[in-house]
Design a protein around this ligand. Structure first.
Ligand code: PLP
Length: 371
């Protein structure tokens, strides 16, 4: 067993060759258009619509501002049903809008919102559902739509972990009222920082575009108290360049996931996710669950052992959002209310996965885990 000298983190951004980026920068210097729906911004919106199979996309400076703005765009107030098993920004976006998060447990197979438990959480104040396609696993979108239609609720999907994910060839971004993406450096597709809202009609696209630019709808017309959440031209250029190789990036991630599965299959006490039939995945994360009793050691022990070998897995998502000080006082956050999430958060660790991760390193990581 060879010990890698270099630190291996859970992810590493896929960067295009620097010399390919320079011409884009030269163009920006030539145009002197740095932001405000510049040429690269317009081009990226068009190319992303095409690649992702959606009609309208609005680019943002990051995913969190896109989430906050999505809630504004739909005038969401009161209470919103969401998952505790996500990155904390999902719930923070509600908090920044003075909306009360109501946590509902996840389901055991793919860790998305447990649709069987949503209805019991609906009150007269509920206005929307904010589910997360966690790790890129599609939520139960049919069940969510049925509940939303029945109770007249809006649906905003946090799609920060997905890029190009489809179910039966239908892009998951086509579901819900809005979907929010993140193009942060750690995501499958990155623009350094960045994000987007996907919507389905032109009026909504206009409203979102106004909101991300102070509410301006024209030179002297301000239609809403908007914010500044625009994507700049350097970010957009990065996106255009990244889009050229995104299929290869996802393919490499797939190979790594397959190798992990091969190496870890049959190890008692370790569970990982298989591909879902009819789903095109993006392999944004490779989570494994460690059952302490069967495996013999805890998730935290494995996490520490990996660290001793310079391998930095991440306990996504631990703690649960509902366990952070801001939220733990909420009624829906109380211990025992979300048994599946409470168990998964203690067992999960995400293993390194990124295009340039060497397959030998993957084997080595599996050797260390098997002990
Ligand atoms: C990354 C992430 C966000 C936030 O996106 P940023 O671009 O980092 O602001 C929101 N939700 C989830 C689930 C994420 O993983």
């Amino acid at each position: 067993m060879t010990q890698p000298e270099k630190k291996i983190f859970v992810t590493q951004p896929a960067l295009p060759p620097l010399e390919e980026f320079i011409p884009y920068l030269e163009k920006i210097w030539e145009n002197k258009i740095l932001t405000n729906n510049g040429p690269f911004h317009q081009e990226l919106e068009a190319e992303l619509c095409n690649y992702l199979g959606v009609k309208y996309i609005s680019l943002f400076c990051n995913g969190t501002m896109a989430l906050i703005t999505a809630l504004q765009a739909l005038h969401i107030t009161g209470e919103v049903i969401t998952t505790p098993f996500s990155f904390v920004a999902t719930t923070h976006a509600l908090w920044w809008n003075n909306i009360k998060p109501v946590f509902v447990d996840i389901e055991a197979d793919y860790f998305t919102l447990n649709t069987a438990k949503i209805e019991a959480a609906i009150t007269p104040n509920t206005t929307a559902i904010l589910p997360v396609h966690v790790y890129g696993n599609p939520c139960n979108m049919e069940a969510i739509k049925h509940i939303a239609d029945t109770y007249n609720l809006k649906v905003i999907y946090d799609a920060a972990h997905t890029f190009g994910v489809t179910v039966k060839d239908i892009p998951i971004l086509q579901f819900g009222d809005l979907s929010v993406m993140s193009f942060h450096a750690t995501k499958v597709f990155n623009t350094f920082e960045g994000g987007a809202i996907v919507c389905h009609d032109e009026t909504m696209k206009k409203r979102i575009d106004n909101l991300k630019n102070f509410g301006f709808a024209g030179e002297t017309t301000v239609v809403a108290p908007g914010i500044n959440a625009k994507m700049n031209e350097v970010q957009a250029a990065m996106g255009l360049l990244q889009l050229k190789t995104i299929d290869a990036i996802i393919e490499k991630r797939k190979h790594i996931a397959e190798l992990y599965r091969k190496e870890l299959s049959g190890v008692a006490g370790i569970r990982f996710l298989e591909d879902i039939p009819d789903v095109k995945h993006c392999y944004s994360y490779f989570p494994i669950l460690i059952d302490k009793d069967t495996f013999g050691t805890s998730r935290d022990a494995v996490y520490e052992t990996l660290k001793e070998h310079n391998i930095y897995g991440r306990r996504y998502f631990y703690p649960l959002i509902s366990q952070f000080p801001t939220y733990k006082g909420l009624e829906s956050a109380q211990a025992g209310k979300m048994p599946i999430a409470e168990k998964v958060t203690e067992e999960v660790i995400c293993l390194p996965i990124y295009p340039e991760l060497d397959l030998n390193a993957v084997m080595n990581i599996c050797d260390i885990i098997r002990g």
